[in-house]
Design a protein around this ligand. Sequence first.
Ligand code: GUN
Length: 279
Amino acid sequence: MAKIIDGKAISKEIKEEVKEQVVALREKGTEISLAVVQVGCDPASSVYVNNKKKACEYVGIRSLSYELEETVSEMELLNLIRELNQKTDVNGILVQLPLPKHIDEDKVIKAIDPKKDVDGFHPQSVGALCIGQPGFLSCTPAGIIQLLKRSDIEIAGKECVIIGRSNIVGKPMAILLLRENGTVTVTHSRTKNLQEVCKRADILVVAIGRPKMITRAYVKEGAVVIDVGIHRNENGKLCGDVDFDDVLPVCSAITPVPGGVGPMTIAMLMHNCVDSVNL
Ligand code: GUN
């Protein structure tokens, strides 16, 4: 029977560790603050932002909310980020994505001081990751590494296949798996024979953005399947990019949706906020 990887329990474990670190820092006189910037009121973004603020409260990190109108100009947003960069009592800056179309996301990410880039999206953070230097790690892929390690799943020497090449998940995931000595393949919309390539994987990370697309036809017997997708079906029920019920009997371990990768992203954000003190 496949192991269902409990992201909720593992994320709780990490949050407890962060909580202890926050207490230890407070005893030395260091408080940690995260500035959370949301532009507009997209309902999905609001849920994520609220969960991040709740996690801050849980671990003892102060969160500062900046809720900007959908119509805010790029210049105004950039000015706010510059202000937050200057504030010595702000350790981390998080700008919830996506941003409205009239704002250049790359410009905004680049404006964040890399020392406060707790999302790990700044080109300097990504560059540091690529060459193995200290820097913030993108939260979702870093969370997936923790899920694997804390479930005693060996990465070294394994065939790792990633579906999706986004800057937030696919690309940093590839580098992190490589760093753990996995043999990594990144697939995307132009990949030929996707099923065949996926069937080679000992560890399959799915970040494709299509509900239940990955069936057992893509999965090798005994593979570990990590599902990064999150969708709401017509009945309002959450599901991932993987057809969980179909894949469960053939894999050795799988993350559920909800309760798999999702909670890990927030736990790693909290971890990065504490890390900001040392970087
Ligand atoms: N939008 C979707 N995921 C993320 C994330 O991890 N960080 C930010 N800032 N925005 C997101």
